[in-house]
Each structure stands twice: as C-alpha cells, then as structure tokens.
Design a protein around this ligand. Structure first.
Ligand code: F0G
Length: 405
C-alpha cells in the first residue's frame, strides 16, 4: 500500500475522519492523496509479474494488501474494433469492455478497494444508493467480506439483471419512491448518522480502484497514449477517477501527454453537457432526469465538478446523445463486433459517432471507448427494441419457408 492521506478536493485541508464523505470544514468533495514517491523509481513493466487486473496496481491503492477483498476484478479485454471504426469513420478505435468484470460492470474495480477499506476499518454494515450496478457490485463484495449490505434503488427504474443480482447476493433492497438523486440523499443521511458505511463514489476510496481501467488501457497499448478516451457520465465518478489516474501517471513520469477525456450523457439527463456548452466550472442539477439508459439517469451528479475539471484540463469534450442513438450504437456493437453492452455503455460509442460527425474527432485519432456494463444487465430493453422471435409450428416446411430455404 502506498502511504496516503484524505484531503479536501476543494480547500486542500487534510481530513482525519475515516468515515467522512465530505470536508468537515468547507463541505467539499474528498479525495485520496497518494504518496507516489515509491513509484518514482519504478517502470510499468515492474508490475507485470502480477496478472493484469485491479491488484496489479496495488502500489497505487490506499489499502493494505493483507486486507484485500477480491473476486478477481479488472483484466478486461481491450478490443480493436476495425469494423465499428469503419462504420463511424475512426481509423483506430478500441473498446475497453468492462462488462467482463465479475458482476458485469466497471463498479467492481472501485468496490474491491472500497470494501477492502471498509473491512480495514471494521465496518459491519455497508450501503449505497444506486441506479443498479453499484448495488449489484456492493452486494457481491459485502457477501464475500461477510458484511451486512443495504442498497437504496429508485423504484421501478432499475434494470432486471441488476435488481436480480442485488437480491441474489443477499443485500437488503430498499425501493425508494423517488429517483437516484433522492435515493442517494437518504443513504447519505444514514451514513452521516453512522448507521452504515457509504460506498457510493463520493467515498474517496472507491474511485481509487476505478483508476485501474486507465492503468490497464495503458498497459494494453504498451504505453502508447491514445488521443482520446470516451466514457458515459452519470454520477461522474468514473471520468474523475480516470483523470486522477492520468495525473498520477504523469507525476511519476510514466506518461508525458494525456488523452482528451470525453464525457457522454443522455439527452434527458445532461447537466454536465449543459455546463460544458456554457464553459462553466459548475453545473445546474436537473430535477427530472429521464433516459432509456437507466444507469446514467442522474440529474445531480455528485462528482460533476470533478468531471468538468477532467474534461477542461485534458482538452476533452462533452456531448449528449438521444435514446435512439444509444440503442442504435448498442445494436452495432453487438451485430458488428460481437460485444454485448447495456445502454449506458453504448452511450460512449454513440458519442464517438456524433463527435466524429461534428468534426470534433479526427479520422486519424486513436480513440478508446470505455463500455462500462454487460448487455445481460438489461435484457428487457434489448427485447423491446429488437425483432420478436418468430412463432412457428414444428413442421419443417413452414420453418423452411420462414428461413427462405
Ligand atoms: N455506465 C454504467 C453501466 C453505470 O452503471 C454507470 C453508473 C455509469 C456508466 C456512469 O458512471 O456514475 O461514474 O459517471 N452507475 C451508478 C450506479 C450510478 O449506481 O450503478 P459514473
């Protein structure tokens, strides 16, 4: 474990309280400040003795290795996608498929670190609000760690696969009569009363694990830094974590340029895009977010300010895509590349296509789209947006006539 401290992202003060979610002085977001000194002497290859995955990068993690709670997260494929690339007009396109994580989403990267830390400080009950994936992931890691788990979900707006996972792994599932932002407010109140240890991405330990998607991309591209990384933005934890990873790699001298971080939101839930369009450092929350991509149906992203800084500091961009564009991108990924993603993940590819059409992305850029969640998370959306199965008798000749044989 690298030595570290918790500091306020806004005012820079050091925070000693391990349970704090926000700065006791100014109310700002917290972050982990790693002591990267031990890494200064190292090269990326020095970590290659450990298989690719979150814990290859243990020296960047604020947790003792003896306390790790793991179900082998990370180590997901980076697919070169020439057919998809040709379709959208980008010559050098990759998809980082984080749907291949143990519970089917990128959340496992942060959760292994968050729950390891919870175990380190002796937490007995862990909890989160979630649009689905965080709850599925937390439920699995809490089960592995032998902790009680409670999850707060926006009623009726969580995809079937995710809900099934949270129940299956034994979490207490509370269906809140409200949207994600309201469910998070409830969870935060309970956390302030110390009734549970909160593992939403406002917890500064969780994003540390999410940095590893960037470390893996760099390893998989042999440290040939891509021009742009595109990812969907909901609560804005992931883009902020990727930005932090870039800052750390630059600090230790493993990279000397950074990719343009590009955040995609759904048209019905786009507070970050609006702020970006007006060149603002802060955003105005949206009260009634709505999109088919329920994972990113969020109007008041907790890490929204961090996300905006990530985009501005890397010279990136932010754009919204419609539900139709999201579903079309999901289908192309499946039918041209054999990659099954949930709608929120397809937003990154829909965004790539749109930004290429707008001329923001150049044909010769090397672009990596992060696809955050597995298609099986949300089977209902796939079924309702696809052709239904063909009903047929057992009679061979009628089957042949259906198949035009
Ligand atoms: N993609 C998927 C599949 C997600 O589940 C989420 C967020 C995001 C993208 C956006 O990531 O919030 O870090 O900007 N899901 C959270 C959840 C909110 O509760 O599962 P973000």
């Amino acid at each position: 474990m690298a030595p570290h401290e918790i500091v306020c992202w806004e005012c820079g003060r050091t925070v000693k309280d391990m349970y704090a979610d926000t700065c006791p002085s100014c109310g700002g977001l917290l972050m982990i400040k790693m002591d990267l000194e031990p890494l200064m002497e190292m090269r990326p290859e020095d970590l290659h003795g450990t298989p690719i995955g979150v814990w290859r990068y243990a020296p960047f993690m604020p947790v003792e290795t003896a306390n790790i709670v793991s179900i082998r997260e990370g180590g997901t494929p980076l697919y070169p996608c020439s057919v998809l690339g040709a379709e959208i007009g980008v010559n050098d396109l990759f998809v980082k498929y984080d749907g291949a994580n143990p519970t089917g989403s990128f959340k496992d990267r942060g959760m292994t670190v968050g729950v390891s830390h919870a175990s380190e400080i002796g937490a007995k009950i862990v909890g989160c609000a979630s649009t689905g994936n965080t709850s599925a992931s937390l439920a699995a890691y809490a089960a592995k760690a032998g902790m009680r788990c409670v999850v707060f979900l926006p009623s009726g707006k969580v995809a079937a696969g995710k809900l099934a996972q949270a129940i299956f792994f034994g979490a207490k599932v509370i269906s809140v009569d409200g949207n994600f932002d309201e469910a998070l407010a409830v969870a935060r109140e309970l956390s302030e009363e110390r009734a549970l240890y909160l593992l939403n991405s406002i917890n500064p330990y969780r994003p540390e694990g999410q940095k590893t998607v960037l470390f893996e991309i760099m390893d998989q591209l042999a440290y040939d830094v891509p021009d742009r990384i595109i990812l969907p933005v909901g609560n804005a934890g992931n883009i902020s974590a990727v930005h932090k990873a870039l800052i750390e790699l630059k600090e230790i001298g493993w990279i000397d340029k950074v990719p343009m971080l590009t955040g995609i939101q759904a048209e019905g839930a786009m507070p970050i895009v609006r702020a970006f369009n007006s060149k603002l450092a802060d955003f105005v929350p949206e009260e009634h977010p709505e999109t088919v991509a329920t994972a990113i149906r969020i109007g008041n992203p907790i890490s929204g300010r961090k996300a905006l800084r990530a985009i501005y500091e890397t010279g990136g961009h932010s754009v919204s895509v419609t539900d139709e564009e999201i579903l079309a991108a999901q289908k192309i990924l499946g039918r041209r590349e054999g990659i099954g993603v949930e709608p929120a993940s397809a937003a990154s590819v829909a965004g790539a296509r749109k930004l290429r059409e707008m001329g923001i992305i150049d044909r010769d850029e090397r672009v990596v789209c992060i696809c955050t969640g597995n298609a099986l998370k949300d089977p209902d959306t796939i079924i309702s947006s696809s052709e239904p199965p063909v009903k047929c008798s057992k009679d061979l000749s009628s089957i042949k006539s259906i198949l035009d044989l």
